[in-house]
Design a protein around this ligand. Sequence first.
Ligand code: UN1
Length: 528
Amino acid sequence: MDSAMTTGMHHHLIAGKDVASPASFESRNPSRQDDLVGVFPEATLDQVRLACDVARSAYAGWRTTPAPIRGQIIGQIGRAIEREQEPLSRLMSREMGKTLKEARGDVQEAIDTCHFFQSEGRRLYGQTVPSEMRNKELMTYRRPLGVVGVITAGNFPVAVPSWKLIPALLTGNTIVWKPSEDAPTTAYALARLFEEGGLPDGVLNVVFGGGAGAAGEFLVEMLDEHRLDKIAFTGSTAVGRHIGAIAGRNLTHPTLELGGKNPMIVMRDADLDNAVVGALWAAFGTAGQRCTSLGNLILDEPIAAVFQERFLAAVATIKIGDPGRFDDVLYGPFINERFYHAWHAHYDWGRADGATLAYGRGRITAENRPTGYRGDPNSGLYGWPTVWTNVRPGMRIFQTETFGPTVNLVTVDGIDEAIAVANSVDYGLSSAIYTQNRLWAFTFKENIQAGMSSINNSTTGAEAHMPFGGIKGSGNGTRESGIWVLDHYTYWHGVNDELSGKLQLAQMDTEYGQMRAPYRVAPLADPR
Ligand code: UN1
């Protein structure tokens, strides 16, 4: 990765050219505010509009490029990302604060997505369908939608954009992407690798800036101007509802990947060592800043006390700090101040709800630090791992996504109550159960309200070729990844080809009447 990608003033990428804006914003390392990672232009409404118009002009050429050729370009992008995996991962870890191990996984998810979709360019199957007429053929085709707006979050700055960009491009759409202002340098470097892969100018355009009142909101407005045919968004449920309403009034189908308050059930027969490790990772990995992070840990009564004891002992050993300096930390800083404040506010809710604060003391500072903290906590925003006990469904901390290092422990009696409690939130993204009992695992699978479930594993860690997405407040039912995502970047086009040289009327000029019925049904009595 050349150093120009990661230093100094960056530009929007529109029509294959660098475009500047009058205003700019900075991206800083959340572990060390004195480390300036990049300076980025703040897109104006006119620039977002221009990017959409450029994508529209590029659409005709891109949609008619043979799909296997588009697939080959996706393959080339994948190889470019693979070559740059290490510098890209380091850049990501520096810019948004996840550990290097996790950053490598994030980049790997994009590489996996490229591998998957490269060969999808040689499938993109349609169907041939028998006609009810002689000398007539029916067939179906997947067609691209047109210009797609993509808005992504900073917690997975490579994986989550790739889930959208790669299938959208493979199926022949052109794109305007507004990456998160929390990881713009990582996004810029990724976009340059997409360019290197051989995308024609204007097929992928990138505009930088904030969300509300800025580039993100401008991009959504492009639906009302009929400059976009679709929008794909990963972020909060509140913003997702707003985008969904605008998309809906324009009769477009948005992709909405929203929040979660993901449950994990630990049953009385579970392998507790395994469950403790799984819960610890699910709740505190990425500092709880995954949409798939564990929110509610639901414990079956006979093991609740012993599990709680072992879990709290494990929480006390968690190592936290700047992942750029210490490679053994479980998690680093908050990605941004907004996430920190939202998480900090949950301490008030927990107290007001009457839950018991079993572990955690807010922001980590030099004077207020857990033993596992390494380095200088004042250089960034770090949160104590936080554990609440005596939590009940209905409490605000039980119901609301916190997006930070905190988990609620809830005690239940048996599988039926466990599932009912797990389902009693307005989200339905991910879920997990620890049990050795196959019937309980089956009952969970059948009844849990979630788009994704794990049996004896974490709520996080979806693989790149499985359908990713949720139900209820976690989204609108769209899925990312694997073959399922194709339906969200294409529409089905049914074609009938009349070869008979004459007008044959469907349903009317068929041969049904000439066929002998296999049995006779008594005719209905004449009503007259
Ligand atoms: C997200 O937090 O938006 O399943 C995505 C996981 C990751 C993706 C999370 N593969 O946890």
